[in-house]
Design a protein around this ligand. Structure first.
Ligand code: ADP
Ligand code: MG
Length: 463
């Protein structure tokens, strides 16, 4: 029928806009490298902030004692305690608690958010079992993982540059996040020193390095997306401090804010951006990360419903609700292997209240999920290629095969198998067979929290 033809036209047009042939991905990687150089050259020199983390040495395995971490991401926060055994003994005991952040706190006041977090932390500390040992007379120490762009002035201080993902708390921007957390902990009567403030990418890099000496970079694919890597200190022109003894500095790229004319963007992406909490910002994140993939699918479906009556004469009301289609639902539909696409049908019914879809329609929805996930995964592979190239690890020099391991984490990477496999296959395709044998991606499960605890240990006041 005419309606079906029109719906297929909308789908095909979107697919063409989302094209990611290899030469284009290489252009994206090269544009990323140009921005990396610019961001390292001067403050504000690029969309890529290339933030100095003040982490100039990564965990060695000798860290010892009881340390805490608080990991504030995009949807949840986690509190954990880790008993570090010291040289050769690793993590002897750990415990964590995950708490979801009430959405109202994401757009409220700074005090309300931090009071909530500090109260949960105080509760967690109060419930400590005797299997965790704090040396007598010692103040508790915490690593604070805060997954938003922060301009640090030391390992344990830094001001929030702006919010990303679903957060928007105006009175926080420009404030020192460590001071805000410390004040909230004081209000709770919690005596604890914040020894390290780290981005989740930096925590993941540190946590990964603790287990694997070959890890030099990290990528987060969760609600948002970001990457960090180990840079040579003398390759950071904007760094005017003393060169660290190690000669190295971990850089938090804030790659989510990357943008380039080479990114394949559609009208749906432009509309999503315009209507977002942070228009004009985090453009790369908005095509690759978990907060947005399902929403892009929803927008295309909405247009098919409006202009091609894809779901019948009226547009299903639920389909018009922004962010109703989460990426976990999208991945469940995309990865539906049942012959009659049962999972697609039940999610359409439960989430969007769309009944009576034909198999043919459900196949179109799976195809749409595939287009959106494939573009995201291939573009994130291009970002990884950019980082590898900047580190000089995209070629084999003089027959020497230096191994490079990238620590990856985040709910999107962890749970969306199609996305993860597409990312890995695309990266192999981009670097070629020979180099791909020297590159490994390691899933660093919850490395960001443990990494923060490790960095608290290596910046302890008792060292
Ligand atoms: P954060 O990024 O908030 O620190 P996570 O790393 O746990 O938290 O990532 C959560 C995000 O991962 C969710 O917002 C969602 O986009 C994505 N995600 C979670 N589960 C799945 C899933 N089953 N399939 C695809 N994406 C998922
Ligand atoms: Mg996280």
């Amino acid at each position: 029928s005419g309606r079906w033809v029109k719906a297929m036209e909308i789908l095909k047009e979107f697919e063409e806009k989302c094209g990611t042939p290899i030469p284009r991905l290489k252009q994206v990687a090269d544009a990323m490298i140009v921005e990396m150089h610019a961001g390292l050259a001067s403050e504000g020199g690029s969309k890529l902030k290339m933030l100095i983390s003040y982490v100039d040495h990564l965990p060695t395995g000798r860290e010892k004692g009881l340390f805490y971490a608080l990991d504030l991401g995009g949807t949840n926060f986690r509190v954990l305690r880790v008993q570090l055994g010291g040289k050769g003994r690793g993590i002897v005991n750990q415990q964590f608690e995950e708490v979801s952040i009430p959405p109202s706190l994401m757009t409220g006041s700074s005090d309300a958010l931090f009071d909530y977090i500090a109260a949960e932390l105080a509760k967690f500390v109060a419930q400590e079992g005797s299997d965790f040992k704090q040396s007598p007379g010692r103040q508790r120490e915490l690593g604070f993982t805060f997954s938003f762009p922060v301009m640090q002035s030391s390992i344990a201080s830094g001001t929030l540059l702006r919010w990303t993902k679903g957060f928007s708390i105006d009175d926080m921007v420009g404030q020192d996040v460590v001071a805000e957390l410390a004040k909230a902990m004081e209000r709770q009567g919690l005596d604890m020193r914040i020894a390290a403030l780290v981005n989740d990418t930096v925590g993941t890099l540190a946590g990964g390095r603790y287990n694997n000496n070959d890890i030099d970079a990290s990528v987060i694919l969760g609600t948002g997306s970001n990457a960090a890597y180990v840079e040579r200190a003398h390759a950071i022109p904007k760094w005017h401090g003393l060169l660290p003894k190690s000669g190295e500095m971990v850089i938090n790229m804030e790659w989510g804010n990357f943008r380039s004319s080479h990114l394949p963007l559609s009208d749906y992406d432009h509309a999503l951006d315009t209507e977002s909490l942070n228009p004009g910002e985090q453009i790369y994140e908005k095509v690759i990360a978990g907060m947005y993939l399902g929403e892009i699918v929803r927008r295309v479906l909405c247009r098919m419903a409006e202009e091609a009556a894809f779901f019948g004469a009226t547009v299903p009301p639920k389909l018009e609700e922004p962010f109703i289609l989460g990426t976990s639902i999208m991945s469940a539909m995309h990865q539906d292997t049942s012959p009659d696409l049962k999972v697609v049908a039940s999610n359409l019914k439960d989430i969007l209240e769309i009944l009576n879809t034909s198999l043919k329609m459900r196949k179109v929805i799976v195809e749409l999920c595939n287009i959106v996930a494939t573009r995201g995964a291939r573009l994130s592979a291009a970002g990884v290629l950019g980082v590898l190239k900047k580190m000089g690890r995209d070629t084999i020099k003089g027959g020497e095969k230096q191994k490079t391991v990238i620590a990856m984490d985040g709910g999107l990477y962890e749970h969306y198998t199609e996305y993860r496999e597409c990312l890995e296959n695309t990266l192999n395709e981009l670097v070629g067979e020979e180099v791909s044998r020297t590159i490994e991606i390691e899933h660093s499960n919850d490395g960001s929290g443990i990494g923060a605890a490790l960095l608290a240990a290596s910046h302890s006041q008792y060292l």
